[in-house]
Design a protein around this ligand. Structure first.
Ligand code: SF4
Length: 413
């Protein structure tokens, strides 16, 4: 039997560009592409994929994720034809997990047919807009049953320093509304996740503790907690290099990571992946697919896919993405069947992200690779350093290993 698939749809438009952001996204008013045109390209991509990839048509989709960028920037009506096309090609699982990422600053303005939010001409708009949740409820009527809310912080000062286009007041109203809707829905029919960032400029450990406490009070089913990472080419990275940006020091960032573990676990959340926590039974099924080596199809500019043993990525460029589709070609930045040590390293890296680690026997059955033999030296060295442990037939990161996970994972490449 062909296992179900996960589908990711990338909507690369944002109100403004956050100065630390490394995701492929562009300011909607500066993209040079009409978003309606982009939605047409997405439909074209689905059509071409279903013709060119054997057995794709008719496959069951177990999770669908609209991410970005800022997918909540657009009215639900804009998604209608795209969803129809997805339903034409795929079979939606009766228990489909269907996630929409929401930026609290975008659920305002009246419901319309498309680009109905006021355009921002500033990189840091002072955004406290009147609440209007028609948009949210229409998304839920469409079938979305999981909301991922980009809260980032409960402090306006931190939000401002992060260059975010929303403020605490908007988060408050949105979260209150989501909780009311979730309480009225049949159990499990609406769940939500909250994104938080630690290590922001000027953020103290006390600020972070406050963010965590505020988060816990609002009881999201799931929390994604990210440490700030500065990627080359972002405005924050340039400021840091020029000595014009100060981030919490390494010791404070370690303390922040551990504080998240402490407060969230005490509040009943399970720490199940380096950056993710969930109430029992509410892990992200979509993301679990990435970490467990399952198949996923990514649609849109910059999206990645792994189907039938082949990995590919679309170009992180709207015009290149659209041009290929307009000329009847699938847009590709690369396409390759994964091979050798890099492929193995990638699988280990993803699997080690989960706190339960790698079931060595199951890994062997799935891949034919005896990890403890192939990586004998690396595992011994990392275990001796207290960063990895093997117990109950599983290889996993220790708490110390979680703090330096990226460096540990590099050892497997
Ligand atoms: S809203 Fe999200 S995707 Fe858009 S620029 Fe900010 S961090 Fe990046």
């Amino acid at each position: 039997m062909i296992p179900p698939l996960s589908v990711y749809v990338h909507i690369p438009f944002c109100l403004s560009k956050c100065p630390y952001c490394d995701f492929y996204s562009v300011r909607r008013d500066a993209s040079g592409v009409d978003p309606s045109e982009y939605f047409r390209w997405l439909r074209r991509e689905i059509e071409l994929l279903s013709r060119q990839i054997a057995n794709l048509e008719g496959r069951t989709v177990a999770s669908l994720y609209f991410g970005g960028g800022t997918p909540s920037l657009f009215a639900p009506a804009m998604y209608g034809p795209l969803i129809e096309r997805l339903r034409d090609v795929f079979l939606f699982h009766p228990h489909l997990e269907w996630t929409l990422e929401i930026n609290p600053g975008t659920l305002s303005g009246k419901e319309g047919t498309g680009n109905d939010l006021p355009l921002s001409s500033s990189a840091h708009p002072p955004a406290v807009a009147p609440p209007d949740f028609d948009r949210l409820e229409l998304f839920l009527e469409m079938g979305i049953n999981r909301l991922s809310v980009g809260v980032q912080s409960f402090s306006d000062r931190t939000l401002e320093r992060l260059g975010r286009a929303h403020r605490m007041a908007e988060t408050e109203r949105l979260v209150e509304r989501i909780n009311a809707l979730a309480a009225g829905a049949a159990p499990g029919n609406l769940t939500w996740s909250m994104d938080l960032i630690f290590g922001a400029p000027g953020q103290t450990l006390a600020d972070w503790q406050n963010d965590l406490q505020q988060a816990v009070v609002r009881r999201p089913h799931h929390l994604s907690v990210y440490g700030m990472t500065l990627h080359r080419g972002t405005p924050f990275a340039r400021l840091l290099r020029g000595g014009r940006l100060e981030l919490p020091d390494e010791e404070t960032q370690r303390a922040m990571f551990l504080e998240a573990r402490h407060i969230l676990i005490a509040a009943g959340y399970e720490h199940y992946e380096i950056s993710n926590y969930a109430l029992p039974g509410f892990r992200s099924r979509h993301n679990e697919r990435y970490w467990t080596g399952g198949e996923y199809l990514g649609l849109g500019a910059s999206a990645h896919s792994f189907v039938s043993g082949v990995r590919w990525a679309n170009p992180p460029n709207l015009l290149r993405y659209g041009k290929a589709l307009q000329s009847g070609r699938l847009p590709r930045r690369f396409e390759r069947p994964p091979r050798g040590r890099a492929q193995l390293g990638e699988q280990v890296m993803l699997a080690l992200r989960r706190l339960e680690g790698i079931d060595l026997e199951a890994f062997y059955t799935r891949t034919g690779c005896n990890l403890t033999r192939v990586y004998r030296t690396e595992i011994a060295r990392l275990s001796e350093a207290g960063l990895l442990e093997t117990a109950d037939g599983r290889l996993r990161l220790t708490e110390e290993g979680l703090l330096v996970a990226d460096a540990v994972m590099l050892e497997f490449f």
